[in-house]
Design a binder for this molecule. Structure first.
Ligand SMILES: Cc1ncc(COP(=O)(O)O)c(C=O)c1O
Length: 440
């Protein structure tokens, strides 16, 4: 049937929805009209508590006046300026603020527009870095099962969620994967870092022996795997990955698109775990999710390796039209200032214990087979309905929404990650809602 040419707001057909069961949605829409602080308001006037920071991104809460004003002012002053062979003050200001926020060994920021672009940028940086050092044979990239690194071809290739991969052909050649670290039989209901599983990092030695260390450019992992349902690294696991990568001259990339900007109670997970990667990817919380923007942070060692050859030549043949877009930069600057002025990373750290006790109180709810947490992140894993994986999780997500709380569902796992401005009363509300949604 041809589309109606009138774009009535209640005609839902034209929008092809991302990562959505769209026929279900269009039959029964969930429409958000406005937002403030910890809450959304729906088009039919209901208040919905944001239990998932939008999509893991609104760390400072919604429609913060400082961020709104920065966008309005910037749009009226300098709307667009190229950053290829040109510059504008805000992009340098944001880069400085960002490296100040990051662990002190991170010295440079390359801007992108999303987490997916940050990941593909970091992978290309790793390949070009080795080539610049005369080790151009290092082309292999190692990801991990159950990883999510966005949806571009590089990130899809190193990613490890089967439905994100299986429909899209052979992806990048020369990619291998570490095993995931989810060991529910040993670690179910762990609080914080699980005890068992550091040995899984030794699988990297097996891949090194299989392929030859001189062929491997980089290992990329999410320090805490988010989108697959919150898999927290076992004690000692990330440390071991660092040890093995360093031993073999392999770069270690932390994909911190979710863990960046206070989610664990530190600026970045690298700082939280005290493990030093060579590159960090980020996005989401960089601009509080308000304007699309991502970044790759690099050590000065990596950056300096590129700074050779004739000075009139481009050193890194990569970039996006909107790398460092002025409005995105103004948003990022205002966001980082809000985090700092309000001490939001420390606030997340101070609430982590309350959060942990609160979500673990759901342990005895029906069909709950695991609960895990770190910082202000948590996940509740449900026993799948026989023959219908994902159904129970989706129904629980719908029930929580009907009861007034937005959560994130992946298969039969409900992930929770409230804005860092949350009060204890909001945490109580999330947990009470989940208790009802789970059928208590
Ligand atoms: C770890 C990680 N990397 C990359 C991405 C992709 O980010 P984007 O959706 O902004 O492309 C995500 C998104 O959730 C993510 O969690």
């Amino acid at each position: 049937m041809a589309l109606d040419t009138k774009n009535w707001p209640n005609d839902l057909r034209a929008f092809w929805m991302p990562f959505t069961a769209s026929r279900q949605f269009k039959a029964s829409p969930r429409m958000l009209a406005s937002a403030e602080g910890m809450f959304y308001t729906t088009t039919d006037g209901r208040k919905i508590l944001d239990g998932t920071s939008g999509l893991w991104c609104v760390n400072a809460g919604h429609t913060r006046p400082k961020i709104v004003e920065a966008i309005q002012k910037q749009a009226a002053e300098l709307d667009f300026a190229p950053t290829f062979q040109m510059g504008h003050p805000k992009v340098f200001e944001l880069a400085n603020k960002l490296v100040d926020t990051a662990p002190d060994y991170m010295a440079h920021a390359f801007f992108t527009n999303s987490g997916s672009e940050s990941v593909d940028t970091a992978l290309k940086m790793a390949l070009a870095y080795h080539r610049a050092r005369g080790e151009g044979q290092r082309t292999r990239l190692i990801g991990r099962e159950r990883a999510y690194h966005g949806v571009n071809f590089g990130g899809t290739s190193v990613g490890g969620i089967v439905n994100n991969r299986r429909f899209f052909g052979s992806l990048l050649a020369g990619v291998d994967h570490l095993p995931h670290t989810h060991l529910p039989e040993l670690n179910a209901f762990s609080r914080g870092r699980p005890e068992h599983g550091a040995y899984l990092a030794n699988e990297l030695e097996r891949l090194v022996a299989l392929h030859g260390p001189e062929t491997i450019a980089a290992v990329i992992v999410e320090p805490v795997a988010g989108s697959t349902g919150v898999l927290i690294p076992p004690e000692g696991y990330l440390e071991k990955l660092r040890e093995i990568t360093s031993k073999h001259g392999i770069l270690l990339i932390f994909d911190e698109v979710i863990t960046g900007f206070g989610r664990l109670g530190s600026s970045f997970a690298a700082e939280h775990f005290g493990v030093k990667p060579d590159l960090i990817t980020c996005a989401k919380g960089l601009t509080n999710g308000v304007i699309p923007m991502g970044a790759v942070l690099s050590t000065s060692e990596i950056h300096e390796t590129f700074m050779s050859g004739p000075e009139h030549l481009i050193e890194f043949y990569h970039g996006y039209t909107y790398s460092g877009n002025p409005i995105a930069c103004a948003t990022g600057i205002a966001t980082l200032e809000v985090y700092k002025e309000e001490g939001l990373f420390a606030r997340a750290a101070s609430l982590a214990g309350y959060w942990e006790d609160s979500i673990h109180s759901l342990k005895d709810s029906p069909r709950v087979i695991d609960i895990r947490n770190i910082g202000l992140v948590g996940a509740i894993e449900l026993e799948p309905e026989p023959g219908m994986p994902g159904k129970r999780g989706f129904e629980t997500f719908l029930a929580a929404y009907e009861l007034g709380c937005l959560t994130r569902v992946t298969a039969d796992i409900i992930a929770l990650s409230p804005p860092l401005i949350t009060e204890k009363t909001h945490i109580d509300q999330i947990v009470d809602t989940m208790r009802k949604a789970l059928g208590n």
